[in-house]
Design a protein around this ligand. Sequence first.
Ligand code: TYM
Length: 339
Amino acid sequence: MTENTNHRPLVFSGIQPTGKLHLGNYLGAMKNWVRLQESMPCIYCVVDMHAITIWQEPAELSAATREVAAACLAIGIDPERSILFNQSQVRAHAELAWVFNCVARMGWLNRMTQFKDKAGKNRENASVGLFIYPNLMAADILAYRATHVPVGEDQKQHLELARDIAQKFNNDFSAPDFFPLPEPFITGPGTRVMSLRDGTKKMSKSDESEYSRINLSDDANAIAQKIRKAKTDPQAMPDSKENMASRPEAENLINIYAGLSDQTPDAVLAEYAGAQFSAFKNALADLAVAKLMPIGEKMRSYLTDRAELDRILADGAARARLIADPVLREVRERVGFVG
Ligand code: TYM
């Protein structure tokens, strides 16, 4: 991390207000967000501008933005200590993204696998915003000169692009250390939570099967049912990592258990080696209900006070502007914009 020695440690991460938050979002990213508050200043952003790269009903977008904010509070983000806001309230993101649209190369964006996945076969009809989505993500991070970015595995390529953009900007504008090269922070057993229906597919908000994912807002019955119905293979629980490697569904459930119970997958393997899946699933269902129900309840309670949620987001945005605006002033100067 020698490249960031001149930058104060600062955490930035974002989450899209589209669909319901699920266990992958929680174990892959948000759980680490809470922990990082203890050791570094943190900025957490509900990325509503990213959300509209795919059509969103306006009323649903507002509701989902508040829902994600409520989820952040429910899992333990402290809005006094950290900054919690929605992206569109801070103009610096859009402004810096435009500059980055002119720094990033077409070839770089053409390599982004998530665009290919999301645009699918209908590439010609995808929004231009979806294609340049990673430039806005780089702007989110670099408007604050953030150094650490806690995310799930699927965001790794976007972060590499953010580093390339930072480096090219620094080179192009003769400012060797202007932007830090942000470090991905991808850690824990839940960095890639897979679908409960297919252990080779990522758990995702857009999967058509409700049984593929556990939502943070699910009730106890739904959580337990989804786990009991989760796909497994006919063998007993694996007794070693080697034995687990070729069994994606078993590996996924073990990782979920490890993530929820703050243990290593090895410890879970040791406890359940050779057990029947039905017994393990019962234990996992109990654990998931015990961990997730309080989050769902708190979320629902935060959602009853919309004015307070909006106040928290506006306050976060005001504090975010205080950091981003001076960075943008310097960017404008470096680029040669007058005024
Ligand atoms: P989004 O909204 O898709 O997901 C939010 C976070 O959840 C993680 N995640 C997962 N982790 C493990 N297993 C899964 N199945 C799983 N599904 C999702 C994601 O990796 C992410 O950390 N582009 C980002 C949002 C963003 C952002 C940023 C992130 C915008 N600007 C700046 C960091 C920094 C996204 O779409 O995340």
